[in-house]
Ligand binder design. Sequence first.
Ligand SMILES: N[C@@H](CCC(=O)N[C@@H](CS)C(=O)NCC(=O)O)C(=O)O
Length: 228
Amino acid sequence: MSRNKLYTYKGGPRSIGILAVAHAVNYDIEVVETNPQTGLSEEYLKLNRLGKTPTFVGSDGTVLTECMAIALHVASQDSRSRMLGFGHMDFIKIVSWMSLCNTDVVKRMAAWILPLLGVAPYSPDGIDQAKKQTDQAIQIFEDHLHDRRYLVADCLTLADLFCAGLVSFGFAKVFDKAWRSKFPCFTAWFEMVTALEMYRAVVPDTVFVETALGPPTVSMRSNYTADD
Ligand SMILES: N[C@@H](CCC(=O)N[C@@H](CS)C(=O)NCC(=O)O)C(=O)O
């Protein structure tokens, strides 16, 4: 019998939460290395017509695109697990945090980081604006986490794993020591989630950048592999 497959690239922020929750609920998924930056097969483009990752293909042939849908599908495989919270409203809040992070946070972080990696047009004003807009979105997490340990309910849920995976790109590239001191609750939450065994099964060593990336250089351009 064929295995469930996740088409994605190593360290892809949109796939970390999916793989971590799969580990948590003991759901078998084989990762099929697929990177839009290095080219996609005709076969893959039939599965994901926009040529994006991740894409899930279940052992029963189910094809799912969109990382949130995939993560929710995987998290719901074990009905006893608390990964989707304790009830209807928890579930709705989990989706709300995932959506905020997968859209506004990722877009703003990408507008800050991609020009520094040399793969999007760079201007100092553009970076300044993207930084401010990222901070504005992260402040929502900071305020929420001021008096709680988890994003939803009193326990770890898919929202924590999924959002931590998405923002790991920021911590690896621009959320440096000075930045982290402005967002202590958000940073403590990220440290807590990324230290969990289920997260470390996917990303054993989370990177915390010491000093944020500076303006792009030619060598960064050739090494770049990720995308929004
Ligand atoms: N709406 C999709 C977006 C997926 C997406 O943009 N993935 C990035 C990688 S993290 C990608 O494939 N980028 C390549 C491209 O946009 O061409 C989702 O939420 O899963």
